[in-house]
Structure formats: structure tokens, C-alpha cells
Design a protein around this ligand. Structure first.
Ligand SMILES: [Zn+2]
Length: 139
């Protein structure tokens, strides 16, 4: 364990299974049982049809970079500036934009094809937390 004290995600009713899947290094998304709309972040109701029925389904974990933020000053403990947060439109549904970590010295170009990696973060107390990280795609 690290001695880093860091602000970590707090799973809620709708996201607890998503965080658990990330901890197992599985990339899943909710998908509406009635209309097939994918959704993220996890929530109870479909934004496409209003249905409350859905299933967790494996997702490819691939997408396209649409934006990136370089943080020059870390305002919270546990972050070393500069660092990047990369925003990716996932392949399953273009309007789902998922932020993730980026462990490269230079920012990605908009349009770069990327794939997910599971960024395990040591925290002072409790089990490590797994975040979505993005890296250049193999193909
Ligand atoms: Zn729906």
C-alpha cells in the first residue's frame, strides 16, 4: 500500500457493480433490455426509452480520443502534476464519453484510437481502487 492519501470514487447504488467489474479488470457497460441503448455512467433509467430494465454486458474497451485536459497544478493530495485526463468516445455508442487516466509524457492526438487498461491505484486504507485508463490501441 502506498502512503498516498487520495480522493477516491465512492460507489453508489447504481455504480457499485461497475466499480466491482473494474476491480476484476472487466470492462462492462449497462445496456437497456428494451431498446438496446448503452449507458454510462451507470444509472437506474434508460435515457433512450425510460425503461428500468437493463443488463451489464461486456464492452470492447476501445474508442476514439475526443479531448484531453492537462492539469498543471495538483490541488488534491495523491496526484503528481502535470497529468492528463483523456476523454474517449467508446465504440459501442459514440455519445458515451468516458474519462480516463493517461500514463504518457505527451498528450494523445484527437482522433487517436485507444483501448482501455485497468489503472490500479494504491490507497492508504482498504483495497486498491481501479480506474479506467486509456492507452494507444494495438491496431
Ligand atoms: Zn431503453
Amino acid at each position: 500500500m502506498s502512503d498516498v492519501e487520495r480522493l477516491i470514487p465512492y460507489p453508489d447504488r447504481d455504480s457499485v457493480l461497475w466499480w466491482a467489474a473494474l476491480a476484476r479488470h472487466e470492462f462492462v457497460q449497462q445496456r437497456c433490455d428494451d431498446c438496446g441503448t448503452w449507458r454510462w455512467p451507470p444509472r437506474a433509467m434508460c435515457s433512450g426509452c425510460g425503461s428500468f430494465t437493463w443488463t451489464w454486458q461486456p464492452a470492447a474497451g476501445r474508442g476514439t480520443v475526443i479531448s484531453c485536459i492537462r492539469t498543471h497544478h495538483a490541488f488534491l493530495p495523491g496526484f503528481e502534476a502535470p497529468y492528463f485526463t483523456v476523454f474517449v468516445s467508446i465504440d459501442e455508442q459514440a455519445d458515451i464519453v468516458m474519462p480516463g487516466t493517461w500514463h504518457h509524457a505527451d498528450p494523445p492526438q484527437v482522433g487517436l484510437r485507444v483501448q482501455v487498461f485497468f489503472d490500479d491505484i494504491d490507497v492508504r486504507e482498504g483495497a486498491p481502487v481501479t480506474l479506467v485508463g486509456w492507452q494507444p490501441a494495438d491496431d
